[in-house]
Structure formats: C-alpha cells, structure tokens
Design a protein around this ligand. Structure first.
Ligand SMILES: CC(C)(COP(=O)(O)OP(=O)(O)OC[C@H]1O[C@@H](n2cnc3c(N)ncnc32)[C@H](O)[C@@H]1OP(=O)(O)O)[C@@H](O)C(=O)NCCC(=O)NCCS
Length: 224
C-alpha cells in the first residue's frame, strides 16, 4: 500500500494536513482526480476517483469502484467493491454500500443508510437517514419506459419524464423488491422480500406481495 505519484493529478490534496503515508492508505492502482480531498484514516483501494470529490474521514472506497466528479462521501462511510457512484451524488455519514451498488447522478443518501449488494438507486430517488436496502432491491424512475422515442428515433434526455421515489427515514426495503416510479415510502415502513410496491406506503406499514399490501403496522405506528 504505497502511493504511486503519477496517479495523482494536479490539485489533489489531503484534508487536515494528515501525513499521507501514516493515515491514508491508497492502493497503487488508484486514480484520483484534481481538487479531490480525502480525510484521515481512509482507505482507497484500486479504484477510480474523479475531480472535486470529497471523501471524509474513516472511509473505505473499494476495488474497481468509480466515484465520478463532484461526489461527496460522509465521514465513516464505506463504498465497497465494484460500485459506480455517478456525478454529484451525496452519501451521508456512516453509510455502507455493498458490492455492485449503482447510485445515479444527483441522488442524495441520508446518514447511516445501508445498501446491500446489487442495488441500483436511480436518478430522482431520495433517501432519508437510516434507510436499509436488501440485496437486489430495485428502484425505478420511468413509468413508461421505451428504448426509442415515439417517432422511432433515438431517445435523448428530454424524451422521458423522471418519476421520483421518496423513502422516509429508517424504512427498510426487502431483498429483491421492486419500487414503482413515483411512490413515497413512509418512515420505518418495512417492505417484505420480493414485494412489488405500486402505491404509497404509510409510515410503519409492513407490506408484502405483488401487488404490495399492508399486513400489519410496526408498534407505535398503528393507524388511529
Ligand atoms: C415482511 C416480513 C418482515 C414479514 O414478517 P412477519 O411480520 O414475521 O410476517 P409472517 O412471517 O408472520 O407472515 C405473515 C403473512 O405474510 C406472508 N409473507 C411474509 N413475508 C412475505 C413476503 N416477503 N412476500 C409475500 N408474503 C409474505 C406470510 O406467508 C404470511 O402469510 P399467511 O398469513 O397467509 O400465512 C418478512 O417476511 C420479510 O420479508 N422480511 C424481509 C427479509 C429481507 O428481505 N431481508 C433483507 C436482508 S437479507
């Protein structure tokens, strides 16, 4: 674990004047862009980090992971191997993103969120703090998905509408579940494994099945 000088572009800096070799570990094949800063006690495996990226203290960025320009990673957060974090994403503090997680441009992830392996979080999704995603859970953002525009021509970014999904704090999304575009999931809601969520979910509701239905409420969230 040594630094390889020629992977660092001009403007690379280390926060808090911590001695590079003592407190920050950068694996030899990591590439780090300019104006990027890294906090103390952070470990950067062999990965690709863009320009103007801000990585906090006590973080991990895994092998083959890519952090595009402008990404922010809060103190204590881990972005494990093979992740792709697109431009302008903000990851809060003490988050844990498993292998093969994809976070689309501009997504904001609240503190202490846990996202397990193979989860894509698409543009337009917002996560409050403490959200849990089980492995292979899916977000979506295009209600009428088409590869080509209506006249058969190639689609560009103006040929579709983003439908946002909002997930409240401490909500859990079970493994392999699918969240339809445009829905809101209330705080502390619990979505069962394999659920297809087609409607808004009230706070504290436990929802299972296709289509998702409420089977009970978490204690303290029962409707009056
Ligand atoms: C949703 C969940 C929390 C419900 O647990 P529970 O409240 O203990 O519910 P029960 O096991 O008593 O099941 C109640 C009913 O719902 C059904 N059910 C439970 N989970 C279900 C699911 N995921 N999909 C469809 N039906 C489900 C049960 O079969 C049962 O049906 P029945 O009353 O006809 O027999 C749990 O089943 C679940 O899916 N947890 C998420 C697991 C997960 O994805 N973890 C991710 C990290 S590995």
């Amino acid at each position: 674990m040594q630094k390889k000088e020629n992977n660092f572009e001009e403007g690379f800096n280390i926060k808090e004047f911590i001695l590079f070799d003592e407190d920050i570990k950068v694996y030899p094949d990591a590439t780090i862009g300019c104006e990027t800063s890294i906090g103390g006690n952070t470990c950067i495996y062999d990965c690709k980090i863009g320009n103007n990226v801000d990585i906090g203290k006590n973080c991990i960025v895994g092998n083959y992971t890519m952090l595009e320009d402008g990404v922010k990673v809060g103190d204590g957060s881990k972005v494990w191997h093979y992740c792709h974090i697109r431009n302008g994403v903000t990851i809060g503090k003490d988050c844990n993103l498993g292998n093969y997680v994809f976070i689309d441009s501009g997504v904001v992830i609240g503190d202490e969120t846990k996202i397990q392996n193979y989860v894509p979080v698409y543009h337009g999704v917002t996560l409050e703090e403490g959200v849990f995603f089980g492995p292979n859970a899916l977000t979506t953002n295009d209600m009428i998905p088409r590869a080509r525009a209506s006249e058969g021509q190639l689609k560009d970014k103006d040929d579709w509408n983003v439908s946002s999904i909002h997930i409240g704090k401490d909500a859990s999304i079970g493994a392999g579940s699918v969240l339809r575009p445009g829905i809101t999931i209330g705080e502390k809601a619990l979505i069962g494994a394999g659920t297809v969520v087609t409607k808004d979910v009230p706070a504290g509701a436990v929802v299972v099945g296709n289509q998702g239905r409420v089977i009970r409420y978490i204690k303290g969230y029962e409707p009056k």
